[in-house]
Design a protein around this ligand. Structure first.
Ligand SMILES: [Zn+2]
Length: 411
């Protein structure tokens, strides 16, 4: 879906959307106008300034992403010059150890960071050849993300140099049942168990943690994908470690994944809520979907509505139709499998929501909510290794259905 189709889909006029996005960005301080050159650099950091804690980058075949992490949200502005893109972070100070990065990937030469004035940190991206860029934010912790696109003059070795946090399993693919199933153009699938490390995700009244359940399901699913489909599966995490949301899609883009599946377990204040649902990235159609996105994004409803206002810009490369199709196949197959062990399980269907973890993914990508940890019966189910196995089987069968339907369409 291109921008015009998306706007039409919303039933709004383009200028209205742009105005809305503008207003939301202005409210975030992203468009605040202030003099280009602030005062002289001070000697000691002023009290109350927010530390800039990390500067990172990822080079993927499609774009280069730079992330600036801070302890708290700050106001910032960005400016583009012919050979540079720079950001001024207001009320910030640079933590010792945060240093310039030499990139040299054909899009960016370097990223430089410095305390520009007593209360301003300036980040400068030295451009090689770029066509387009986007600046947006993530929260908890607050990060400013800059995605830069263009025609790269040099190749990025997408499969060799895997990000250190991705743990690809041995490549020995056992192509069982050759001839029976043809993976077609789907060569690699990234499985993303939600949360991890200091982030437990949803926790049941009895202490069952989402991060543990979804890791079990994810590891099981990856193995089934390798053995039963003969397709490479890469885990964003295969242990109990924390990964930032934007790192997860960056891994998928970097390893050249053809599909991305994020696995979660739901929770609701309404203890009666239960069932299975599958999401793809889009504006939330219901308050419930927006609330779930806020929870999975680790942010507030207010931030979700800000994200929604700029979502159509962030979705430029999102495979909307393919993702909806994949979500459909997975939800259908997952519900069918789950029912074989738990006949009373509820089918909540395919839904859409503004999930950060799907933003920036360039391949069909979905988020599966396997059941509710806040619901007594669902929790029992999620804890049961038998149900975890059925869930992995169900998602696998949905992926198989998706791939099979692709080969029918494309011959
Ligand atoms: Zn989750």
């Amino acid at each position: 879906m291109n921008r015009r189709e998306f706007v039409k889909y919303l039933g709004l006029s383009a200028p209205y959307c742009q105005w809305l996005a503008y207003r939301m960005l202005a409210a975030q301080g992203a468009l605040a106008f202030s003099p280009l050159f602030a005062g002289e650099a001070g000697a000691a950091p002023l009290p109350g300034l927010i530390p800039v804690t990390e500067l990172k980058h990822w080079s993927t075949p499609d774009y280069t992403r730079v992330s600036i992490a801070l302890d708290k949200e700050v106001r910032f502005e960005h400016h583009k010059l012919p050979n540079r893109l720079y950001l001024d972070l207001d009320g910030a100070h640079l933590k010792p150890g945060v240093k310039d990065i030499a990139i040299g990937d054909g899009l960016l030469k370097t990223v430089r960071i410095a305390q520009y004035s007593a209360s301003t940190v300036r980040v400068v991206l030295d451009l090689d050849s770029i066509k387009d860029y986007k600046v947006f934010t993530f929260s908890e912790p607050f990060r400013i993300i800059i995605d830069v696109k263009g025609d790269r003059r040099q190749e990025i070795s997408s499969s060799k140099e895997v990000i250190e946090t991705a743990q690809p399993e041995p490549k020995a693919l056992e192509r069982s049942k050759p001839g029976k199933f043809k993976p077609g153009r789907i060569r690699r699938i990234v499985i993303d168990p939600g949360h991890g490390g200091h982030d437990p995700g949803a926790v049941s009244p009895y202490g069952t943690r989402e991060k543990d359940i979804v890791l079990q399901i994810g590891l099981n699913l990856a193995q089934k994908i390798r053995h039963e489909l003969g397709i490479d599966a890469v885990m964003t995490r295969s242990t109990d470690v924390f990964l930032e949301l934007q790192e997860r899609t960056a891994i998928a883009n970097k390893v050249g994944a053809d599909l991305f599946v994020s696995i979660h377990a739901n929770a609701s204040l309404n203890r009666a809520a239960n069932g299975i649902e599958t999401y793809y990235l889009n504006l939330a159609k219901t308050e419930k979907a927006a609330q779930l996105a806020a929870k999975e994004n680790g942010t507030t409803l207010e931030k979700v509505s800000m994200l929604q206002a700029v979502l159509f810009d962030l979705m430029a490369n999102y495979k909307l139709n393919d993702s909806a199709h994949l979500a459909d196949e997975v939800q259908k197959a997952l519900y069918k499998k789950a029912q074989t062990g738990y006949p009373s399980v509820k089918n909540l269907g395919v839904k859409q929501g503004p999930f950060y973890v799907l933003v920036g993914a360039t391949m069909p990508s979905i988020l599966v909510e396997t059941a509710f940890l806040s619901h007594e019966k669902d929790e029992q189910m999620l804890k049961d290794p038998g149900y975890q196995d059925l869930t992995a089987d169900g998602i696998l069968s949905g992926i198989r259905g998706y791939i099979t339907s692709l080969s029918k369409i494309h011959g």
